[in-house]
Design a protein around this ligand. Sequence first.
Ligand code: FES
Length: 100
Amino acid sequence: MERITNLADYKKHVFVCVNKRTEGQACCSSVAGEEIFYALKYFINMNGLAGRVFVTKTGCLGYCNRVGATVVIYPERAWFKEVTMNDLEEVKKQVMSGMS
Ligand code: FES
């Protein structure tokens, strides 16, 4: 094992649940988890923040529902459930807060 040490520019990490569960069960895959992930990834890249803000797909974060995906932002430890595409602007604002 080798510790990664070249993370000087790294500021934030956004996790987006894209977990898919058995047919009929509530999961982020069926409530636009992938779309939210790609929209955030695109936003980060378009704003030149790749390498400073990581956006990562995750498995289940324990807040499965039928409304929207679960999104987590670190280091703020900001957890959001039921995130829909309509909430994207607010999530982007949260991601950008403290970035300069
Ligand atoms: S499937 Fe996303 S929180 Fe459980």
